[in-house]
Design a binder for this molecule. Structure first.
Ligand SMILES: Nc1c(NC[C@H](O)[C@H](O)[C@H](O)CO)[nH]c(=O)[nH]c1=O
Ligand SMILES: CC(=O)[C@@H](O)COP(=O)(O)O
Length: 163
């Protein structure tokens, strides 16, 4: 189902575990921060709405989406978090750099999910233009940060249940 056919902000709190017992790491790219800040706000609001304690939400900023990989790895090693959300926004420019950043971050986040025992949530917008990013960070398609927060809560709970 394409994003256009669903709202990224929709969730049913009654069908989710309480977030109060989990620690959440959130690593946010500063590139396109007018977009990534909106994604972070959506994620933070959803976690608090689901019962997360403010002191259990640890937010770090990194320069760009490619640095999300290292930032998430250090968050896992040093902060005793139950899950990490990586937030970035990559917008197509004139060159192939877009493709390499998107693929590199995708593979790096995948590797962290395989190589560590902490789930890392992929909240990376990979858009053709800024309008698409606006629409997915609190615009007409909702907020991918909200979606990522709900995924993070579900995965933290799965990790706890399978420990
Ligand atoms: N063009 C975008 C970038 N580029 C920067 C890279 O992510 C990285 O910080 C740099 O290559 C140094 O390692 N990053 C984004 O997050 N979004 C973009 O649109
Ligand atoms: C995704 C990028 O790195 C891109 O925005 C950089 O723009 P350009 O390809 O025009 O150098």
């Amino acid at each position: 189902m394409a994003t256009a056919n669903k709202n990224l902000s929709d969730y049913d709190k009654s069908r989710l575990p309480n977030a109060k017992d989990f620690r959440f790491g959130i690593v946010v790219s500063e590139w396109n921060d007018h977009i990534t800040n909106g994604l972070y706000q959506g994620a933070e609001a959803a976690l608090l709405d689901c019962g997360a304690l403010p002191e259990n939400i640890i937010k770090w900023d990194v320069p760009g989406s490619f640095e999300l990989i290292y930032g998430a790895q250090r968050m896992i090693v040093t902060q005793e978090v139950d899950v990490v959300i990586t937030i970035g926004c990559v917008i197509k420019g004139e060159t192939m750099h877009f493709e390499f950043v998107c693929e590199g971050v995708t593979q790096g986040i995948k590797d962290l999910n395989v190589q560590t025992d902490v789930p890392v949530i992929f909240c990376l917008l990979t858009d053709n233009n800024e309008q698409q990013s606006i629409e997915r960070s609190g615009g007409k398609h909702g907020n991918k940060g909200t979606e990522a927060a709900i995924s993070a809560l579900k995965m933290a709970d799965l990790r706890k249940r399978t420990a």
